[in-house]
Design a protein around this ligand. Structure first.
Ligand code: NAD
Length: 264
């Protein structure tokens, strides 16, 4: 443990269970001395998120559906009442109809395109908009993205288009908030077996491919992502903003299949 976030308060959005990337990030931040609040989607998740938050010494657990402006306002109103100030925000939220995370991108429906962009892209801007008002210089916002934003990955489809827009929004938000000393970054995580990932077609194959072909010859864990998140939300990342930082065992630098990669 360390004291990189001692005296700092952070909101973690997108914790569903102990496999969630948000959990790896929350753990790293708590170990660094941060005081944490959690938001979760829907009553059903409360019985999972409450005890996990408790493990990290937090009793600030607030419902928030990011599709709903009033729900976002409610979250930040409660946070303002409890804390007044916010030092960092972690947005680990994405959604698309899983029927469209297989097959062809060209078959994406207008309705699911809109929903995917709303929940996976706009919601980050919506929460940063509120968080900004509670942050001062040194504030930091972080979201999660995937390589499917940059290159065509099997089955990622409309989520790839959404992540490309999310990464662009990180750059625009970085410019807007930079003048006030607030940083905005993204982590592009390699494939990790979570609830959200289980909706993606052939996910096991994608995991194997990454393991065999990434420079580190392994997949990343939620703790790998957590440690890099700690760098980006703490003063270790003080000169970094607008960045999409890859935490993918190096997969994004590779140009072709590794010569030693076994057949899958
Ligand atoms: P997860 O299922 O544990 O987390 C996704 C979260 O999004 C859940 O907590 C869910 O409740 C929340 N969510 C969905 N719709 C919401 C809404 N309307 N309001 C509030 N919350 C909502 O899965 P995860 O893999 O930890 O996903 C976290 C982020 O990481 C996502 O943005 C995902 O795209 C990204 N990511 C995941 C991987 C991977 O392989 N797992 C790789 C790169 C990036």
């Amino acid at each position: 443990s360390n004291s990189l976030l001692a005296g700092k308060r952070g909101l973690i959005m997108g914790l569903a269970n102990d496999k969630s990337i948000a959990w790896g990030v929350a753990r790293a931040c708590a170990e660094a001395g941060a005081e944490l609040a959690f938001s979760y989607q829907g009553e059903a998740l409360k019985k999972r998120v409450g005890p996990l938050a408790g493990q990290l010494g937090s009793d600030v657990v607030i419902e928030c559906d990011v599709a709903d402006e009033a729900s976002i306002d409610g979250l930040f109103a409660e946070l303002r009442e409890r804390w007044g100030r916010l030092d960092f925000l972690v947005h680990a939220i994405g959604f698309s109809d899983k029927n469209e995370l297989r097959g062809r991108y060209v078959d994406t429906t207008r309705a699911n395109f809109a929903t995917s962009m709303d929940i996976s892209v706009y919601s980050f801007t919506a929460v940063v908009q509120r968080a900004e008002k509670m942050m001062g210089p040194g504030g930091a916002c972080l979201t999660l993205t995937y390589y499917g934003a940059e290159k065509v990955m099997p089955h990622y489809n409309v989520m790839g288009v959404a992540k490309a827009a999310l990464e662009a929004s990180v750059r625009y938000l970085a410019e807007d908030l930079g003048k006030d000393g607030i940083r905005v970054n993204a982590i592009s995580a390699g494939p990790i077996k979570t609830l959200a990932a289980s909706g993606i077609g052939d996910f096991r194959y994608i995991m194997k491919w990454n393991e065999y072909n990434s420079p580190l010859r392994r997949n990343v864990t939620i703790d790998d992502v957590g440690r890099s998140a700690l760098y980006l939300v703490s003063d270790l990342g003080s000169g970094v903003t607008g960045e999409t930082h890859h935490v993918d065992a190096g997969y994004h630098v590779v140009g072709m299949k590794a010569v030693d990669a076994p057949d899958i």
